[in-house]
Design a protein around this ligand. Structure first.
Ligand SMILES: Nc1ncnc2c1ncn2[C@@H]1O[C@H](COP(=O)(O)OP(=O)(O)OP(=O)(O)O)[C@@H](O)[C@H]1O
Ligand SMILES: [Mg+2]
Length: 220
């Protein structure tokens, strides 16, 4: 089969609105939802205009994604990627509205989740994570990259212990092996796109993690 070379440079869409977009990322069980709740509450207490949101969303496409993640609906991994992108396209319209109003928009998972999970799905022992991530990112240039992406760094073994303790282990991605792959993807992305991430040590006490996150958000 003839080869058709395609060359492009990635340029992410910057947030040009008065508000700020802050995303929480990290493997399952890294404490994102716990921290988002604590941080949103504290920022409101400080009188900030804060909007909380998440991905997958609670819209129709987001609901379908949850069914795929729980194993209720089976589709090929690439179809799941398109769903993540479709959900985000809808979500972004809403996010832009909030950013225009000058809000601090805080999202539990966003831009990098889809990349980390897709790359994990593509991985075998020899997969080139760099190429895999770029093939996913090629359709990400229409998404606003967050002003701050907080990556909660928690090792898979610790995350698995937490998930076991939380009665919430029906998610197909909660499997240890899969978590290892997703962790590897995130670590690689965080290193390659270092200027776009703020790494937070998620293995500390909840209070210390909240403190580190608030220090970062308040400084922007
Ligand atoms: N710093 C921490 N130390 C110990 N346990 C924690 C810490 N933060 C959160 N947990 C616990 O770990 C479990 C998973 O946390 P949480 O649901 O916030 O993770 P998550 O990143 O949102 O996971 P998912 O991606 O699956 O939604 C919960 O039971 C939570 O109470
Ligand atoms: Mg969560």
């Amino acid at each position: 089969m003839k080869k058709y070379p395609v060359k492009y440079e990635l340029e992410f869409l910057k947030n040009s609105y008065p508000g700020k977009l802050i995303a929480f990322e990290g493997i399952d069980g890294s404490g994102k939802t716990t921290q988002v709740n604590l941080v949103v509450e504290e920022l409101k207490r400080l009188g900030k205009k804060v909007i909380f949101t998440k991905e997958p969303t609670d819209r129709e496409i987001g609901k379908l994604i949850r069914k795929v993640l729980s194993g209720e609906v089976k589709i090929p991994p690439i179809a799941l990627q398109y769903l993540f992108s479709a959900d985000r396209t809808v979500h972004q319209e809403e996010i832009i509205r909030f950013l225009k109003e000058g809000n601090l928009v805080i999202t539990d998972r966003y831009f990098w989740t889809g990349v980390a999970y897709a790359v994990a799905d593509m991985q075998d022992a020899k997969a080139d994570i760099y190429l895999s991530s770029f093939s996913v990112l090629s359709h990400y240039n229409r998404f606003i990259v967050p002003d701050v992406t907080l990556y909660l760094d928690v090792k898979p073994a610790e995350a698995v212990n937490r998930i076991k303790g939380s009665n919430k282990h029906n998610d197909i991605y909660d499997k240890k092996e899969k978590l290892n792959l997703i962790y590897r993807s995130y670590t690689d992305l965080v290193n390659r796109f270092a200027d776009l991430f703020t790494i937070i040590n998620g293995q500390q006490t909840q209070e210390k993690v909240t403190e580190d996150i608030l220090n970062k958000i308040i400084s922007i």
